[in-house]
Design a protein around this ligand. Structure first.
Ligand code: ADP
Ligand code: SF4
Length: 692
């Protein structure tokens, strides 16, 4: 098959200064939690993106000098020549597939507390460092010598980046994450010298650094500028009209404008809070300010939308971080006329959580993400089966669906049995909750793929018992039966059931998703799960007219969502919906019409009147089948049963990303020699010790 001519426009080459992108698909810089700790894994990941057809593949932000580092975040480093080989490896992997390698050099300035180097951070003004974690560190004001030094360090890093083989060398002035952004924005820049005050003065440093960079690279590399058109705080910070004037003043100086919104949490909003293309109003109109190409993002997964953005003259290059994570082969699939095979990003930001937790990037939709080098997993290739033994998978949630898809691709005969009348398990239920509709893509993609696999049979409306399974005579059984939300209050805080009187009205998150609603007017939602579920259920109930009190032992609603950059948006929406949010509270007992809450610090108790209580605390694996089958292990041989394996939530409940990973892993490892558990099941990069 070949591509639909309607998308030809996306495959036109684009000249970016002295280099040419072979098409319009551009993987913008994105963090990944691997950085300097896992350079080979990172190179593997970027290489797969290039192989998948992204014409430009960029690094994440790369610390250019030791005096500006962002420990504990793990990004790349280009502090001195010894960092070059790690980066060169990445550029090489990208070049192998005919793509251009971009590097985003960053001098974080007052965005980094310098916890590792212990240098004093610098910025345009003497302000507290602007971190997500309120570090008790202030930056000092840069004087002219500092400015000259940083310009020189930037230039040195540019030359090292060129030696490492990069084709595009960024000047990073976006997301409030670097000194150049801080100089641009009145929010941080109170200077009275020639670097502060007027627009012309505030862009002086950016202009100088761009010029330095261009002088350093000559016509060997392109020099993109990444800028934020709005900080979304009005005229106290950067706003669109002002930034348009800035871009107008520098119009054709850089080779490319990469346009974003600040901060990162606004630029990478989840599907719960922002539609595909949410940043379009900010990007609109930038192209008329410059003759240079413009790239921008918007969590674009619709290829029609991408083509229309180019046609309408909004963008020259379609920028993508998350869509390229969810499907590194998006461009190639489009080129080959396989649009239906594209694995669309669901906008959950689990990928972002890798950066925030300093762990290698993972993706809900793409279980191979981050495992390209460590485990040798390729998003599109998987080893052929090594036996013909059929596999029965029980449960068609994310774990069962992914196991079926990947085993099906390997060529195994697969039977997938699902108790309910629809596929999807938890994603079918959760995607009906407020704001989570896009999550159904986890099911949609896999369902679509399964239909292409004649060796996979689907059985809906088929709740299986141990007897059924023993009767089938299928040698390999996978239990992907999911988990059930608890109704006894056991969670992070209470590891034993809390006292609940018989007549008290208590519901679980599962009850709500099954359509059961509280009978009274005032509902207490107690969240000891801390990810999205408690907040979403509170929002759902408020939307149905209940008076909702949300209480949690944490300091804030849905606290783990700090790692997906959603916490602020969640709490804002809850407050706007009139939900009372009470932090630092333990739920100690539930009686009819009231709950006993206790302060997490003093233990002082208070009674909270509530007609019903919804407990969002933790889940129990649905392991009845496993227990029943294990109890009959002596009969397995007679029934032709060889193995029973629980995966995903049925083994240990976690995120949807854990479930797709578990399903994929099972499929990859089937018929491999069983892993002994003593040695590492993945490759690991170990730092070489210096002798001295
Ligand atoms: P995971 O996240 O691990 O994939 P889910 O809870 O999303 O788990 O999915 C589990 C699926 O398994 C649900 O759709 C559920 O209906 C199905 N299921 C559970 N028990 C059985 C059973 N005995 N027979 C068939 N399907 C089952
Ligand atoms: Fe998209 Fe979620 Fe994957 Fe990130 S983790 S790329 S947001 S599906």
């Amino acid at each position: 098959m070949s591509r639909d001519p309607a998308y030809d426009i996306l495959f036109e080459p684009v000249k970016i200064g002295p280099v040419t992108a072979r098409n319009r698909f551009y993987q913008v810089p994105h963090c990944n939690g691997m950085g300097y700790r896992d350079p080979s894994a990172l190179a593997g990941m970027r290489g797969v993106k290039a192989e998948g057809g992204w014409a430009v593949v960029c690094t994440e932000q790369v610390e250019l000098h030791y005096s500006s580092e962002i420990t504990p975040f793990i990004e790349l480093r280009l502090w001195d020549d010894r960092d070059i080989p790690a980066l060169a490896g990445m550029a090489d992997r990208i070049h192998e597939h005919g793509s251009l390698a971009g590097i985003e050099l960053a001098y974080n300035g007052m965005n980094g507390p310098n916890l590792y180097s212990r240098e004093v951070p610098m910025g345009p003004a003497p302000l507290p460092v602007a971190t997500f974690t309120y570090d008790p560190v202030q930056a000092r004001r840069m004087d002219k010598t500092d400015i000259a030094n940083v310009r020189r360090w930037h230039r040195d890093a540019v030359l090292r980046a060129r030696r490492a083989g990069f084709d595009l060398i960024y000047v990073y002035a976006a997301h409030a994450l670097g000194f150049l952004h801080h100089f641009l924005s009145r929010r941080y820049n109170d200077r009275t010298d020639e670097y502060g005050g007027s627009l012309e003065n505030r862009i002086r440093l950016l202009r100088e650094v761009v010029q330095d960079t261009k002088d350093a690279v000559g016509d060997t590399c392109a020099v993109p500028v990444r800028i934020s058109v709005d900080e979304l705080i009005g005229e106290g910070g950067l706003y669109k009209e002002e930034v348009e004037d800035m871009i107008g003043l520098m119009a054709d100086l850089p080779d490319l404008w990469d346009v974003t919104i600040a901060g990162w949490e606004n630029d990478s909003q989840t599907s719960r809070f922002a539609e595909e293309g949410f940043s379009e109003p900010f990007i609109n109109g930038i192209k008329r300010l410059t003759s240079k190409p413009v790239v921008g993002v918007g969590r674009y997964t619709s290829v029609d939308r991408m083509a229309s953005l180019v046609r309408k003259g909004v963008l020259d290059l379609i920028g993508a971080a998350r869509p390229s994570i969810a499907d590194p082969f998006l461009p190639k699939k489009l080129e080959e006329g396989r649009i239906e095979d594209i694995r669309e990003c669901i906008g959950c930001n689990i990928c972002v959580s890798g950066d925030f937790t300093q762990s290698p990037i993972r993706c809900t939709q793409n279980p191979t993400m981050g495992e390209e080098w460590r485990k040798g997993w390729h998003p599109e290739r998987i080893a052929a089966k090594t036996s013909d033994k059929p596999v029965l998978i029980v449960g068609a949630g994310p774990a069962g669906l992914e196991a079926a898809r990947a085993l099906g691709r390997r060529g195994y005969p697969v039977m997938l049995a699902e108790a309910r009348r629809e596929l999807g398990g938890r994603v079918a239920l959760e995607s009906r909750l407020p704001g989570l509709a896009a999550w159904i893509r986890v099911k949609d993609y896999r369902e679509q793929q399964l239909h292409q696999l004649p060796n996979v049979e689907l059985f809906l409306d088929s709740p299986l018992t141990a007897d059924d399974i023993m009767g089938f005579g299928i040698p390999r059984v996978v239990l992907a039966t999911g988990a059930t939300w608890r109704r006894d209050g056991v969670g992070h805080l209470h590891t034993r059931a809390i006292p609940i009187e018989d007549d008290a009205e208590v519901l679980s998150a599962g009850d709500i998703m099954a359509g059961r609603l509280p009978t009274g007017k005032h509902v207490l939602v107690w969240d000891d799960d801390h990810y999205y579920m408690g907040g979403v259920i509170a929002e759902l109930l408020a939307g149905k007219g209940y008076r909702v009190t949300y209480a949690t032992p944490a300091s804030e609603a849905s606290t783990w969502t700090r790692n997906t950059m959603e916490q602020f948006f969640i709490q804002k929406r809850m407050l706007e919906k009139g939900i009372a949010i009470r932090g630092f509270l333990a739920l100690n007992a539930v009686r009819p019409g009231e709950a006993t809450m206790a302060c997490m610090f003093t233990g002082r108790e208070e009674r909270l009147e509530a007609d019903a209580t919804v407990l969002v605390t933790s889940r129990l694996p649905n392991d009845e089948l496993l227990t029943a089958l294990n109890a009959r292990a002596a009969d397995w041989a007679d029934s032709g049963l060889e193995s029973v394996t629980a995966i995903g939530d049925a083994l240990a409940p976690a995120t949807i990303a854990h479930a797709t990973y578990a399903g994929h892993r099972f499929a990859r490892e089937l018929d491999e020699a069983p892993h002994d558990g003593d040695s590492l099941p993945f490759r690991r990069e170990v730092t070489e010790l210096l002798k001295a």
